[in-house]
Design a protein around this ligand. Structure first.
Ligand SMILES: Cc1cc2nc3c(=O)[nH]c(=O)nc-3n(C[C@H](O)[C@H](O)[C@H](O)COP(=O)(O)O)c2cc1C
Length: 216
């Protein structure tokens, strides 16, 4: 109880937190400057403060430093992206083809984030009726990582146009680990308040009225 005062954040902090969220972007254009490995470690420590079902902490982070492994991931992206392009018609396909959907070659750091589906930590609490909560916990950690990185001037890009099994095999991780996020991390070459996909006419942000309802 005595710590309540410490856990209070003033108006200035609240405004800055909102600004951080406004400026968080999915980044695909990185400077070549390296990122200190200590910075990545401390970001992972921060991400590990995230909520998780039953306090299971199922997140597993893998720093992909091997260029051979990175090449396998890039090849997976190129194949999956070509297949995705085929699924669109005419104008959408033309638009899709022009989008830059990853910064895999430019990013100094590749980080794969997995969910350990077989963890006994958390003792099953909260997962009996909704087992997917384990994976959602990992997503919560990714979001924490993303914001903490942005606060340190680092950009993060989430690449999901991949074959998850291919990535799992390439990185030689246990078969019980599911790929949740493949992240490109590095210093961005630009800052924008609008999402890249909005800027290039793919998808606008939705108004509050279309995402929020009340039931009385
Ligand atoms: C689960 C998830 C997967 C994503 N996968 C990709 C991806 O493969 N390629 C991409 O360009 N952006 C990807 N993104 C980023 C979104 O395109 C981006 O978050 C969205 O357009 C809003 O832009 P902002 O993050 O800059 O606000 C992903 C985001 C999430 C949350």
């Amino acid at each position: 109880m005595r710590q309540v005062e410490k856990a209070r954040f003033d108006d200035g902090f609240q405004e800055q937190l909102t600004e951080l969220m406004r400026w968080r972007r999915d980044v695909r254009r990185f400077r070549a400057d390296p990122v200190d490995s200590g910075t990545i470690r401390s970001l992972i420590e921060i991400a590990a403060l995230s909520p998780s079902v039953g306090n299971s902490q199922p997140w597993r982070f893998v720093h992909v430093a091997s260029s051979a492994m990175r090449e396998t991931v890039i090849a997976s992206f190129e194949r999956c992206n070509a297949e995705a392009l085929q699924s669109y018609d005419q104008e959408r396909a033309r638009l899709y083809a022009r989008l830059k959907l990853e910064g895999l070659r430019e990013a100094p750091v590749h980080l794969a984030v997995f969910c350990d589906e077989q963890t006994s930590d958390g003792h099953g609490l909260g997962r009996r009726t909704m087992p997917e909560m384990l994976r959602y916990s990992v997503v919560a950690a990714v979001q924490s990582f993303w914001l903490a990185a942005r606060a340190r001037g680092l950009g993060v890009g989430w690449v999901s146009i991949l074959d998850p099994d291919e990535v799992r095999h390439a990185l030689e991780v246990p078969s019980a680990w599911t790929l949740i996020a493949y992240l490109c991390v590095g210093y961005p070459i630009e800052a924008h308040l609008d999402p890249e996909l909005q800027r290039h006419g793919w998808q606008d942000r939705l108004p509050l009225d279309s995402i929020f309802e009340e039931r009385r």
